[in-house]
Design a protein around this ligand. Structure first.
Ligand code: AGP
Length: 595
């Protein structure tokens, strides 16, 4: 997952490109670069490291004023992060940036570029050499010829000294939008150009766009002209500041209650639901997602099975897509994705549709690919989430699943009406309890100080508490680089308890009040072997541990939403004390648009 940007017909391309890259750095940040054409010559600047390194390098390099250029921020797939492997890549008069994976790059090199000396270890460089090789009768033909040969996923932006007044874009399985404003623009997502455009075109797979300074034309890979519907785009300011917070992640943890309130209020009010769904009771529901979204799906399963009495399978998208899933028109598939661009989740959506399933996606980015390809979209209202480690969007995903579970139960008559009314009220008020859960931060800071040097931790829970433990484990490991493992509490004694020794850190999540006594036994089992246990519990459920963090009591089905807050805060503060790069952890990116 990388970020690409292009512009044409602007007064100064360099600042447009670098600002866009800063806004897409969450997509990948191990190296970055730009290329512009000024006075007929291409100037490339690219650097290993953050976009700030590139900007510094540009400061010391006289920049001709250019009207056209391309830029790229990278999350390495082929070739380590380095200046040479950074994009853009050049061959002859062509310069190119790429997001995705060219899966047949080795075969293409063998077949067409045997005598070509590669300057990098990337798959991308093959594409730009092919352009140069096939160039004979205009850039567009060379581009179409190349695009037809490439396999895999590729969003490309290309400039060429032979036609310096044109910016060329190609889209195949990696997101790319183009737009009109003062000049023309291309980007992996609209956030990078949201203040520049008034008209947006979302490119589809198999399309080429030719951006001149004041118009955009579209073709397929056979060079048939395509007419695309423009969309009026409300220029929007980019929510890019951290306000008074040191990191986006902490800001977004504190925005979580509002994200939940906005999501619930969008679909439930005093008159009931306004989901626009007319569900038939299915045989089974599949929930498919990745990472934290998958962990939200684990909670969703508990909600749907207990309220709507529907069997639910929850699968990671990377497994689902290759598992010959037993999906049909009788088994709707719910895709959960914050970005709506996760390659595995998008592929799972397409696989489900191919098998005749109706698809519903729970998405936080309205104009994302998964949203546009789903039969129904339940849009979470978390707002732009910048930190790579998701918090408020995860909280909003849980709320969306609660809404659906109650709605299904009401539609299918599978739960007591009075109980459902109570749940609706509890859901409407949930944001207040999540907000109150933030009050534990001072206690969390002390615990974080004690745990800042640990090298591993175990998260345990029962029922939905295991789903919460899974999310807690991911949060801590992905931003602090501490090895963490989530385990169903009752399973510990079947092997993993052998790893428990003096002062091993165990975090127990007591979301299931009805199972508190069982969890207590598991806590006692690990404590008797030397573990130091920190229990997260709600006010109505006493748990004895070395340390207890208590959050407000909520409806049992919603307990994950409040209990995840102290764990999010704990992960943040431990990572902060360890000096980790909290908003952009090593090796990660916000949207995994490659498989
Ligand atoms: C969560 O903190 C991670 N950043 C990651 O697991 C993320 O949830 C996963 O990549 C799915 O992303 P999506 O919701 O945008 O599809």
């Amino acid at each position: 997952m990388c970020g690409i940007i292009g512009c044409n017909g602007v007064s100064a391309a360099v600042p447009v490109l670098t600002l866009g890259l800063e806004r897409m750095e969450y997509r990948g940040y191990d190296s970055s670069g730009i290329a512009v054409i000024a006075d007929g010559k291409t100037e490339i600047t690219k650097k290993k490291g953050r976009v700030s390194e590139l900007i510094n390098a540009l400061r010391f390099k006289p920049q001709a004023t250019a009207a056209i250029g391309i830029g790229h921020t990278r999350w390495a797939t082929h070739g380590e992060p380095s200046d040479e492997n950074a994009h853009p890549h050049q061959s002859g008069k062509f310069t190119l940036v790429h997001n995705g994976i060219i899966e047949n790059h080795t075969e293409l090199k063998e077949q067409y570029l045997k005598l070509t000396k590669m300057k990098s270890d990337t798959d991308t460089e093959v594409a730009v050499h092919l352009l140069n090789r096939f160039y004979s009768d205009g850039c567009l033909k060379a581009l179409a010829h190349t695009a037809r040969l490439l396999e895999g996923s590729f969003a490309l932006a290309v400039i060429c000294e032979e036609e310096p007044e044109k910016l060329f874009c190609v889209r195949q399985s990696s997101p790319l939008v183009v737009g009109l404003g003062e000049g023309t623009y291309a980007a992996s997502d609209t956030a990078a150009i949201s203040e520049k455009i008034h008209t947006l075109y979302r490119m589809d797979d198999g399309e080429i766009a030719v951006l001149e300074k004041d118009k955009i034309e579209f073709y397929d890979f056979e060079l048939n002209k395509i007419r695309k519907a423009p969309e009026k785009f409300e220029k929007s300011s980019y929510a890019s500041d951290k306000g008074n917070f040191e990191h986006f992640m902490l800001k977004e943890i504190y925005e979580q209650p509002e994200a939940i309130r906005r999501t619930v209020d969008a679909y439930l009010n005093e008159n009931g639901f306004n989901l626009g769904l007319k569900p038939q009771k299915p045989e089974r529901i599949f929930i498919v997602a990745c990472g934290s979204a998958y962990h939200a799906g684990l909670v969703g399963r508990r909600i749907f099975e207990s309220l709507a009495k529907i069997p639910v399978s929850v699968e990671t998208a990377s497994e689902f897509r290759y598992s010959e899933p037993l999906v049909s028109e009788k088994t709707p598939v719910i895709i959960i994705s914050q970005s709506g661009e996760t390659a595995d989740s998008l592929a799972a959506l397409r696989e489900a549709k191919k098998r005749g399933a109706k698809t519903l996606s729970i998405i936080n980015v309205k104009e994302s690919t998964i949203a546009t390809e789903s039969d129904f979209v339940l849009l979470t209202r978390a707002g732009p989430e910048i930190a790579v480690a998701t918090t408020k969007a995860y909280g909003a995903q849980l709320s969306a699943l609660y809404l659906l579970g109650i709605y299904f139960a009401e539609s299918f008559g599978t739960a007591d009406k009075k109980e459902l009314e109570k749940m609706k009220k509890a859901l409407t008020d949930l944001h207040k309890s999540v907000s109150a859960a933030l009050n534990c931060e001072e206690q969390i800071k002390e615990i974080a100080h004690r745990l800042r040097h640990i090298d591993r931790a175990y998260f345990i829970g029962r029922g939905a508490g295991f789903a919460a433990a899974s999310e807690g484990s991911l949060k801590l490991k992905e931003i602090s680089y501490i090895h963490c493992e989530a385990y169903a509490a009752g399973e510990m004694k079947h092997g993993t308890i052998s790893l428990i020794e003096k002062d091993t850190t165990v975090i127990a999540m007591n979301t299931q009040t009805a199972l508190a006594h069982k969890l207590q036994s598991n806590i006692d089992e690990v404590r008797s072997r030397g573990a130091r246990v920190i229990a997260v519990t709600s006010a109505d459920s006493k748990i004895s541990a070395d340390e207890t963090i208590t959050v407000p009591e909520v409806h049992p089905l919603f307990a994950v939403s409040t209990q995840i807050v102290p764990v999010q805060l704990l992960s943040y503060h431990i990572a902060r004390l360890r000096g980790c790069d909290i908003d952009k952890p090593r090796n990660l990116a916000k949207s995994v648009t490659v498989e």
